[in-house]
Design a protein around this ligand. Structure first.
Ligand SMILES: *Cc1c(COP(=O)(O)O)cnc(C)c1O
Length: 392
């Protein structure tokens, strides 16, 4: 018997576990420290009322034998797929069929599981700094990864590579840098993919935070994307579903590799390994698209974006260089005087009692930065910014 030795390629240190451990150690020594956590990317505001009510109704349906729901369709209920197409894509000029939308239990699992469709000897390009899931899932499978440096010079959107990749992961608005991508730059990535017979795996989990309507919410707003891209979406950050769990993946029917339909492969994969997202969460997700649901998620996103604006402007006022936070809940902050990111993290923890995420944890190009989230309360965002200002 042999284990999958690729697991040994993974970093022994899981970023958020490491941070939690350091915070716990500090807290043990300083039990009364008024710690403010702006590190982990989890939402804090309650679910939209429309979703709460829809999920209560769904539970009641399941309490009655006549309306009870058991296993649903593996790729999701049509009521949700239709709502997604009508609200997230048609208004932006993207036509999708029901077959192209696959409901899931969230984007993290799908961005990881999608690798089932691709050969192990594909070369994978990931933007660096990066959401660690793309890296670790490919390492586990045994694929080779190359990093695409993202920095202030290229607006954190990477320079179009001169080398060949088979698969490229892009995430905009970006976690962790908060950067967005323009239609022009995204078109260049699509041209690259088509020239290289590559597939783009596009994570748009934060599209709801985009404030400027000329920015693309979906990669399919760009011509040619349906032939080379898969898109991942989630209700987690859009509607507070991090605990409820629901997302979806779009695999266009035009997307073929050597004549083989990736839509058919993903359908086969999901029917084999996945039994669908819960009926209750799908009803909750459907309600996000109701007029009340739309207003409620807007209010919550506006609340977070007010925090982002406040954190951004305060920190910039203290002379720090800040990125992101305009179309994203993440503010990407240059450490003062080139301090390394773990040392700044430690100073912020011990001198300001503010938890952030050291950029180095997201990749070598994250060194020299920390990520601050706008998912806290307004009061915490204000106090945290002030305390940071005092230790610079
Ligand atoms: C939070 C997040 C997701 C969403 O993951 P879920 O599994 O849907 O909760 C996806 N991608 C990125 C980059 C994220 O930060």
């Amino acid at each position: 018997m042999k284990i999958n030795s690729n697991f040994q390629r993974l970093s022994q240190r899981y970023l958020f576990a490491e941070i939690a451990q350091r915070v716990a150690a500090y807290k043990a020594q300083n039990p009364n420290a008024p710690i403010i956590r702006l590190g982990i990317g989890d939402v804090t505001r309650p679910l939209p009322q429309a979703s709460i009510e829809a999920m209560h109704r769904a539970v009641d349906e399941c309490a009655d034998g006549k309306t009870f729901r058991g296993y649903g369709p593996e790729h999701g209920y049509d009521f949700l797929i239709d709502a997604i197409i009508a609200h997230d894509f048609s208004p932006r000029g993207v036509a999708l069929t029901r077959k192209e939308v696959f409901i899931s239990d969230g984007a993290k699992s799908d961005t990881g599981n999608i690798g089932d469709l691709f050969a192990v000897d594909n070369i994978v390009g990931v933007t660096d700094p990066v959401y660690p899931v793309y890296v670790d899932t490919n390492l586990m499978t045994g694929r080779q990864i190359r990093f695409i440096p993202c920095n202030a010079f290229n607006g954190f959107t990477g320079d179009i590579p001169t080398e060949h990749f088979d698969i490229v992961y892009l995430c905009y608005p970006n976690n962790p840098t908060g950067a967005v991508i323009t239609k022009e730059k995204l078109s260049q990535w699509i041209d690259y993919a088509r020239r290289n017979d590559a597939i783009i795996l596009y994570d748009s989990a934060y599209e709801a935070f985009i404030q400027d309507d000329t920015l693309p919410h979906s990669i399919y707003e760009i011509e040619g994307a349906k032939e080379c891209a898969i898109e991942f979406r989630s209700f987690s950050k859009t509607a507070g579903f991090t605990g409820v769990r629901c997302g979806y993946t779009v695999v266009p029917e035009e997307l073929k590799v050597d004549g083989v339909s990736l839509n058919a492969l993903w359908e086969r994969r999901q029917c084999c390994k996945f039994n669908g997202a819960s009926y209750i969460s799908q009803r909750g997700a459907e309600a996000v698209f109701s007029p009340e649901g739309q207003k409620q998620i807007r209010d919550t996103i506006d609340y977070y974006m007010d925090n982002a604006r406040l954190i951004r402007s305060r920190l910039a006022g203290y002379g720090l260089t800040v990125y992101g936070g305009e179309h994203s809940p993440y503010i990407w902050v240059s450490t003062p005087k080139g301090e390394d990111s773990w040392s700044f993290f430690t100073r912020l923890l011990t001198q300001a009692n503010v938890v952030v995420t050291p950029g180095e944890g997201f990749g070598v190009n994250g060194e020299g930065f920390v990520r601050i989230t706008a998912f806290g309360t307004k009061e915490d965002s204000l106090v945290a910014a002030e305390r940071i200002g005092r230790i610079l």
